[in-house]
Write a protein that binds this ligand. Structure first.
Ligand code: TIU
Length: 226
């Protein structure tokens, strides 16, 4: 699919060539989304994130069916924790922190069950997974190189959480010259007020960081564009 499609979005229409656009799914990991995971252990309401699973599943299927580029990310650290900043390890002052044993293995450690992506959105072997130590998907990863090698110029960014890893990634992408579109039903926050503010911040001031839409609008143009 190598032609320009136009999606209704805010603050104005978003134009993209699907062949040059990647679907980037941020941190849909078991520890953030599953009941009894690290997120819920910290007292968060995971249902606020779980409502994004079905719209992400549908969008991912449509993107795959159209033969387009999909990238997944996971937040986490090496088992020896050598890439874990001491400040991140102690932040929050909790008794159980990153690297300790949690409900689904060592918390946010690569290779542990809780660190992996939820089964509903599990990556295909052909889809790169970016293992990132920070909130943004560009910091200390090869994401930018992978996108450049594949001729990707625009990103549709989904996943969790809206105001943390999604916003940080959109800001990093924007500074690197990518136009980002965020489907609001495919991103989630534990906090409804941050969901709202996180989306407003992206589309304010003429799309200072990017565009916001609903996945149904992307699905509609993909279908018509085929
Ligand atoms: N992926 C991501 O957003 N990581 C977080 O730590 N999010 C929180 O909201 N805590």
């Amino acid at each position: 699919m190598n032609r320009t499609l136009t999606v209704e979005a805010e603050p104005y229409v978003y134009e993209f060539n699907p062949a040059e656009t990647a679907l980037v799914i941020i941190d849909m990991q078991r520890d953030f989304l599953e009941p009894a995971g690290f997120g819920e252990m910290l007292g968060n309401d995971v249902s606020q994130l779980r409502r994004t699973i079905e719209p992400n599943r549908v969008l991912l299927k449509a993107w795959r069916d159209a033969g387009l580029t999909v990238i997944h990310t996971r937040e986490g650290h090496r088992p020896d924790l050598s890439d874990l900043p001491p400040a991140k390890k102690i932040r929050g002052g909790g008794t159980t922190t990153i690297g300790d044993t949690g409900p689904m293995g060592r918390i946010l450690v690569r290779g542990e069950a809780g660190h992996d992506i939820i089964p509903e959105l599990y990556p295909l072997p052909t889809e790169p997974i970016i293992d990132k130590p920070g909130k943004g998907a560009f910091f200390a990863t090869d994401l930018h190189a992978i996108l450049q090698h594949q001729g990707i110029k625009k990103l549709i960014v989904t996943g969790v959480t809206t105001e943390v890893c999604v916003n940080t990634t959109v800001r990093e992408a924007n500074d690197r010259g990518y136009d980002c579109l965020v489907p609001e039903d495919c991103v989630g926050s534990y906090f409804p007020e941050f969901q709202e503010a996180g989306l407003k911040m992206i589309k304010a001031q003429g799309g200072i960081f990017g565009w916001v839409t609903d996945s149904s609008k992307i699905l509609a143009v993909l279908k018509n564009g085929q």
